[in-house]
Ligand binder design. Structure first.
Ligand SMILES: Cc1cc2nc3c(=O)[nH]c(=O)nc-3n(C[C@H](O)[C@H](O)[C@H](O)COP(=O)(O)O)c2cc1C
Length: 243
């Protein structure tokens, strides 16, 4: 699989089949993802992978808490979003929520439906594998960026195995439950969960594809016009434009 195909076909999958993923596959994906670069080669990532009864036990714990009206362990240990999210980010976040909830058929006033969808995050959307990514508390923004590259590497490699993923920051709300369950050393901070498994193609929510801002909005290129080189084979195609 080409990198561009892995990138183009990765999306946040929010409904999985219960088809198991072999341990060997998870090991291969994580081993290969550890080729991700990191400043100073610190490799500042730590990952747990749960499946089967272990995963079921953790999901059961969270489910029981939710049923008792306990919706979070407290404020997440890091600010998931800035308190005052400015434009254009606030609109993008809003549109993301609207698009996903519309695909799920959950209206704005449907509080029960919205709570149920939050619960689905903590069920890993039915995925057979739940990953948890953590980082040492002493690490700085550069190392958090490294952790992000590791996470993206997992998500792209998953495509090579015909698997899909969903990175889930919502798990940061359950940092105590997860930390205790995994026996996570206190010096580590939970970044996110990640669902891994086979997509359920029958679920409309898996048709959602969030758009991206055009190149001109986030990139500045200069000096190229003075060069007479071209690479017609690897330039953008109509598929990129549609994505
Ligand atoms: C680190 C990270 C955490 C995320 N956490 C959640 C989450 O808790 N729940 C959720 O439904 N989506 C979550 N997402 C998915 C984003 O909403 C999604 O990546 C974004 O809207 C772009 O859509 P796409 O991934 O389908 O291209 C997360 C994504 C990332 C990268």
């Amino acid at each position: 699989m080409q990198v561009s195909e892995a990138l183009a076909t990765r999306f946040t999958c929010r409904a999985f089949l219960d088809t198991p993923v072999p341990e060997a596959t998870v090991k291969a994906i994580l081993t290969r993802a550890s080729k991700a670069p990191s400043g100073g080669n610190l490799q500042p990532w730590r990952v747990w992978a749960l499946a089967g009864e272990e995963l079921g036990r953790l999901k059961g714990l969270v489910k029981a808490k939710m049923a008792a009206g306990d919706f979070a362990d407290g404020m997440p240990e890091y600010n998931i979003f800035p308190n005052d999210l400015k434009e254009p980010y606030a609109t993008r976040r809003f549109d993301n929520g609207e698009t996903v909830y519309a695909a799920l058929g959950i209206g704005r006033e449907d509080d029960a439906g919205r709570i149920r969808q939050v619960e689905r995050n903590f069920e890993f959307f039915g995925a057979p594998v739940g990953l948890f990514l953590a980082i040492d508390r002493s690490m700085q923004p550069g190392q958090w960026a490294d952790l992000g590259m590791f996470a993206q590497s997992i998500m792209l490699l998953a495509r090579e195995y015909d698997l899909h993923t969903a990175a889930l920051e919502s798990w940061a709300l359950r940092y105590k439950t997860v930390g205790e369950f995994l026996g996570m050393p206190k010096e580590l901070m939970l970044f996110c969960g990640m669902a891994l498994g086979h997509m359920d193609p029958a679920q409309p929510v898996n048709q959602v594809r969030l758009g991206r801002a055009p190149l001109s909005e986030f990139a500045t290129l200069s000096g190229f016009e003075s060069l007479s080189v071209s690479d017609p084979e690897k330039t953008l195609t109509s598929a990129d434009a549609a994505a």
